[in-house]
Design a protein around this ligand. Structure first.
Ligand code: GLA
Length: 701
């Protein structure tokens, strides 16, 4: 009998093939790869059930209707192949239907150093006609869970409410956590999930699974909980994760291959800190672009001007940005449109020639002005979209996604159909054209509407639902081509804020716009939640006037992400200018830590007994340097005054500098690593909406 052992580092899983050829899960967890069979394999749960397979009482992760209308699929293992790779292993378990010429491959790609597993399935067939794939989850592990098992999901009200932290228990039956909309689904729900199968876990204690569905489209987690007959025995949780199949049944022709999204996951035996460390490591190594390249301090004009600017106004902002010592000026929406000038969001989208009234000489001179002031230049585009009021739409009304009805406008715009080759070429060309003047090295790629009319003229009548899958692949193909053609251009991913914060799409980008909500109080909590899966350097965080919070507080919050400013720099008071200048200086001296050093979450603002404040630190791997952030968001009856910071060398002395963004001075003291870990830093912020930042450095000699 074949046993398949997948060693994912600090955890793993084991599958066995039973006497009839079915694939069974025999182990999962910290010792999962070593699991032994206590009884015959057939008594173990199926590894990835099919509709019509073993369990008639549960929805199946895989449901396929065959070419002749047969509803059932029963798979037997045909072949198991494991290839060793330099950084892990890739196992393929190939299964075949007993009746039909249809194959399902399970792919398991390990990264033992990071304790991460990437898993997905691929389906192909040689049936006489197409098959319809109704459910196509990428993974469906079975977990034994206690009554107090919990999940943390990240679903909010939508725009400006990304990454809302929500922790709850499980109920018998199926809890579905799904997203819709196709293009910016993660505004509604991030495609990530934490599961604590043995009850509440903390930062450093308890079993925690972290899962991320690397898919730039709709996703679904189905938590299917079945209590055990014996009341004291654990319940079984079938955790189905993948692309959301609702309305997205896929008609697959013979000879074609259907590939599900990759689910990246890990199992920590010691709390969510390890989940985070592994996800950050893996995201840097496998997902984001140029993780070690120093990120620029960005000044954006969006909240400063919205659509209301001309070259002179932008030049004043560029001057302001240079005066603060920033690295890059990013020109947002509103720079284009000739026949249909883009003075608001009602028109011009799709017409990517600079508006001659605002920028008579185009983008080139602005980029040159920025360069003269020592700044790089970046530009906003939204290549996938069109306003009906545009020259593009007048010329190509047939380029939009739609069915036979008039398509619904959303933000006065429609979505181009990237299944068309000419549209894909156009979209790639949007970036080529924007970059053509030269001197532009950064692009913000936006996408400001969901899919409302899922129809494509490129798809036959019986396969319109393929759109939900094909759309993601076609969009990724465009993004991949842009990344290939412009390898030195930094790309920010945006979709009305964090509508595309997934590990699949991020492969073509350097960072994402975490949310349009830049109220620092909200941002502390969002960035906290997001930090469980994404490193700080991927989270663009700009200082704005949202929430009318104290400027030094807003700066301190943005400094724990990829720092930038989106303020009218020409309207700052002298004091405010000084605060911003100091913040840019702090970004310079702490950026390498925030970008690359391991994250330590010290006090949660979303959970626990006192979520009125937050604290986090980035400590270099050699423990020579650290930066610590503490944020007081709201009042609390007895605010603590000290913050314990473990992780520095207990024997060594450290210079501890308390940074004050509101005054030129800073207070420096000396503390041993032991004292930092036992007594803690003094002077936690007590006034609501205030922050403290400490720089810590081991004393040499
Ligand atoms: C979206 C983005 C914003 C800004 C506007 C421009 O809402 O999230 O940051 O770029 O579009 O229209």
């Amino acid at each position: 009998m074949t046993v398949i052992r997948v060693d994912a580092g600090e955890w793993g899983l084991a599958w066995a093939v039973d006497a009839t050829g079915r694939l069974r899960q025999i182990g999962l967890g910290w010792d999962g790869a070593d699991a032994q069979l206590d009884v015959e394999a057939r008594w173990y749960p199926e590894a990835h059930p099919t509709w019509g397979g073993g369990d008639p009482h549960r929805a199946a992760p895989l449901r396929i209707t065959h070419h002749d209308g047969t509803l059932t699929t029963r798979l037997v293992v045909e072949d198991v192949d494991t290839r060793a790779l330099s950084d892990g292993a890739h196992t393929v378990v190939r299964c075949r239907d007993e009746e039909f010429d249809l194959a399902v491959e399970h792919h398991l790609r390990t990264f033992p150093d990071a304790s991460m597993l990437e898993q997905w399935i691929e389906i192909d067939h040689a049936e006489p006609g197409p098959v319809r794939i109704f459910d196509h989850d990428s993974i469906a592990p079975l977990l034994l869970v206690t009554d107090d098992a919990e999940v943390v999901q990240f679903g909010g009200s939508g725009w400006a409410d990304e990454w809302r932290w929500s922790r709850h228990g499980l109920a018998p039956g199926v809890t579905t956590l799904a997203s819709f909309g196709g293009v910016q689904p993660h505004l509604q729900r991030s495609p990530c999930l934490l599961v604590a199968p043995a009850g509440p876990a903390t930062e450093h204690q308890g079993a925690v699974l972290g899962l991320s569905i690397a898919w730039g489209g709709n996703v679904r987690f189905d938590l299917d909980l079945r209590p055990a007959a014996e009341r004291t025995a654990p319940s079984s949780l079938r955790l189905r994760c993948g692309a959301n199949p609702v309305g997205a049944e896929y008609l697959l022709d013979p000879g074609r291959r259907f590939v599900t999204p990759t689910v990246a996951w890990t199992w920590s035996a010691a709390g969510s800190h390890d989940v985070t460390a592994r996800f950050h490591d893996w995201t840097r190594r496998r997902v984001m672009r140029d993780p070690e390249l120093r990120r620029p301090v960005v000044v954006n004009n969006w909240e400063a001007t919205f659509f209301d600017f001309d070259a002179a106004r932008l030049e004043r902002l560029i001057d302001g940005a240079a005066g603060l010592g920033a690295d890059l000026f990013l020109l947002d929406d509103g720079w284009f449109g000739t026949e249909y000038p883009r003075d608001d969001d009602t028109q011009g989208l799709g017409d990517w020639d600079p508006d001659p009234r605002k920028l008579p000489d185009g983008l080139g001179p602005l980029a040159a002005t920025a360069a003269e002031r020592g700044l790089r230049f970046g530009v906003w585009v939204e290549p996938e979209m069109v306003n009906p009021a545009s020259a593009l739409y007048a010329e190509h009304p047939d380029w939009v996604l739609r069915d036979r009805r008039e398509p619904i406008e959303h933000r006065q715009q429609l979505l181009l159909d990237p299944l068309r080759e000419d549209v894909r070429r156009f979209e790639v060309g949007v970036v080529d054209r924007a970059l053509a003047p030269g001197g532009i090295s950064y692009v913000k790629w936006d996408a400001n509407r969901p899919v409302t009319d899922p129809g494509s003229a490129t798809l036959a009548e019986d396969r319109q639902a393929n759109l939900w899958t094909d759309l993601v692949h076609a969009t990724w193909a465009v993004m991949a081509e842009v990344a290939r053609r412009h390898p030195d251009t930094m790309l920010m991913l945006c979709a009305s804020g964090g509508g595309r914060t997934d590990h699949g799409t991020l492969r073509y980008f350097h960072e994402f716009w975490t949310s349009d909500n830049t109220d620092p109080v909200a941002r502390v909590r969002m960035q906290w939640a997001c930090s469980h899966f994404f490193p700080a350097s991927t989270m663009a965080a700009h200082v704005t006037r949202w929430g009318e919070r104290p400027l030094d507080f807003a700066c301190a919050v943005a400094l724990s992400g990829r720092f930038g400013l989106d303020l009218d720099l020409t309207a700052l008071s002298d004091d405010e200018t000084e605060i911003c200048r100091r913040a840019v200086g702090v970004a310079r001296s702490t950026q390498d830590l925030v970008q690359m050093a391991p994250l330590h979450r010290l006090h949660s603002p979303v959970d626990g007994e006192d979520p009125s404040w937050a604290a986090l630190a980035h400590i270099s791997s050699d423990a020579d340097r650290a930066v610590v952030f503490a944020y007081r968001l709201e009042e609390s009856p007895a605010p603590p005054t000290r913050l314990v910071v473990p992780g520095m060398d207990p024997e060594a002395d450290h210079d501890v500098e308390l940074i004050d963004l509101t005054s030129a001075g800073s207070a420096t003291s000396t503390m041993s690593g032991r004292s930092l870990a036992e007594d803690g830093l003094e002077g936690l912020p007590v006034v609501p909406r205030s922050a403290r930042i400490w720089r810590i450095e081991r004393r040499s000699g």
